[in-house]
Ligand binder design. Structure first.
Ligand SMILES: [Zn+2]
Length: 217
């Protein structure tokens, strides 16, 4: 996910946003950012990426991890776009409804619900609530989703329940909190709450405002 950069790049193309989100899977923000910049500097246009050998694409994005998977996903998107639309551009999605966008993007192999949700929210300015690891763990810990729900079910559940006008801000808040605080996630998922031994520990325990809302605490 690339929330920290969202405000600095309001004019990012939808295709750039999609690829950036693909590169953000299973890695840190710093690494995915580096992978995206590296890809753009080796291949200035998407036509260059499409024409390139898969190995060269993999090498360019290696620092973001899962290079072969991500390279083939990106190349497949570009291939499909050229075949279906005649050019390497996703701007046409701006005229689509949310459901149409979800259907269109999900058609690409390797593009899952979280990637679609990120593009919806960051690049197409629709109200959506992507559920990444951080958001998922906090939602679980504070009991906002059923205990048995996996990430995709949680996504459907939270999108249904959270009012549209709160989605963007709340998502950024939970995502940022999840990145900075491990306390609520650990407390919420452990069956027994650890006892705070001394004042210092007590202070640290109280430092997360979500602890009082954790289900198992
Ligand atoms: Zn916390």
């Amino acid at each position: 996910m690339h929330k920290d950069t969202v405000n600095s790049e309001p004019s990012e193309s939808v295709l750039d946003g999609l690829v950036r989100t693909v590169l953000s899977q299973n890695t840190t923000e710093a690494n995915s950012q580096r992978a995206f910049c590296s890809l753009k500097s080796v291949f200035p246009t998407w036509e260059d990426v499409l024409a390139a050998d898969s190995k060269c694409i993999e090498n360019a994005i290696r620092c973001g991890g899962l290079a072969p998977t991500k390279a083939s996903c990106i190349k497949n998107v570009l291939n499909c776009l050229l075949e279906k639309r005649g050019k390497l551009c996703l701007e046409y999605l701006r005229d689509f409804s949310i459901d149409e966008i979800k259907a269109e993007l999900s058609n690409f192999k390797g593009i899952g619900p979280k990637t679609v949700a990120c593009v919806l929210m960051f690049n197409l300015q629709h109200d959506d609530f992507p559920v990444d690891t951080h958001v998922f763990q906090i939602a679980k810990a504070i009991g906002w989703v059923p205990a048995v729900a996996d990430r995709n079910k949680s996504y459907l559940h939270l999108n249904q329940r959270i009012p549209d006008e709160l989605k963007f801000d709340l998502n950024c808040l939970l995502y940022t909190h999840g990145k900075l605080c491990r306390k609520c996630i650990k407390e919420g998922s452990s069956q027994q709450k650890k006892k705070c031994n001394d004042n210092k520990e007590q202070e640290r325990c109280n430092s997360c405002p979500l602890l009082n809302y954790c289900k198992n605490s």
